[in-house]
Design a protein. Structure first.
Length: 250
């Protein structure tokens, strides 16, 4: 029989953190309660889509929260908190995060990612790899970042993305975030493959947009994957499809 210690991979200040190996041994959904669960979020799902989908497998009033939003077009590590573990949300939110992504130079979109159509194009022929790497490196340390209009931030009681979809733009207060590292992995034509380690509250698409602005050609994010939160790796996470398959069998 698998012991409780064997079934959890880590413990974050008394909250057991469950990975993919735990899921295959679960005999009841209640075994997830009071713990954090590592999920590999697929493309096309919001963080709350994942929560709403999983709630049907748990008792009606079960609380499920997450520890950092991923945009629908982003994939990767999402940590869910179930039951009483939701009380530990802040300690998970504070953990640093690592992302790998691709930004396309020379194209600007309203949402700063591939979710909206390109509204401006500029030539990038004169750019060098050294220039791109230098600008990325310059966007490290403690920086002030303005949330995108296409975001879930509330202004006057309404989500910004709702205002953006009506063509509105409103002033937004900048947030202080820390970019611990911003590494260019490779450059293929207009696409810059990169890795960022950052603090909570960082918008990677805003970071890509700012790089494009500083290069004077524009840029938008075309792909993003969160690979690490604190000490937790996406390789240890259970895919949403796997988890749903396990829960359907219980």
């Amino acid at each position: 029989m698998m012991t409780e210690t064997m079934m959890q991979v880590h413990q974050e200040k008394s909250v057991p953190v469950r990975d993919a190996s735990f899921c295959v041994h679960v005999r009841s959904p209640e075994q997830f309660l009071g713990s954090a669960l590592l999920i590999d979020k697929p493309d096309g799902w919001t963080s709350y889509d994942v929560i709403r989908r999983l709630k049907r497998y748990f008792p009606r009033r079960t609380k499920i929260g997450h520890t950092g939003t991923l945009d629908p077009l982003a994939t990767g590590l999402l940590i869910l908190l179930l039951g009483k573990a939701t009380k530990a949300q802040q300690q998970f939110l504070r953990l640093p995060k690592v992302y790998e992504g691709i930004m396309r130079l020379g194209e600007v979109t309203p949402s700063m990612d591939a979710d909206t159509e390109v509204m401006l194009r500029k030539p990038i022929d004169q750019l060098t790899a050294a220039q791109i790497e230098s600008v990325c490196s310059a966007h490290t340390g403690e920086i002030q970042q303005i949330p995108p209009m296409y975001s879930a931030v509330k202004v006057d009681g309404e989500r910004l993305y709702k205002k953006a979809r009506r063509g509105e733009s409103v002033p937004r207060s900048p947030n202080t975030v820390t970019i611990h590292s911003f590494d260019v992995l490779r450059i293929v034509d207009a696409e810059v493959h990169f890795r960022v380690q950052c603090s909570k509250g960082t918008y990677i698409r805003a970071l890509a947009h700012d790089v494009g602005q500083h290069l004077d050609v524009g840029a938008h994010l075309t792909q993003l994957r969160r690979t690490v939160i604190g000490n937790y790796q996406v390789e240890s996470a259970c895919t949403l499809e796997q988890l749903i398959t396990f829960l359907e069998k219980l």
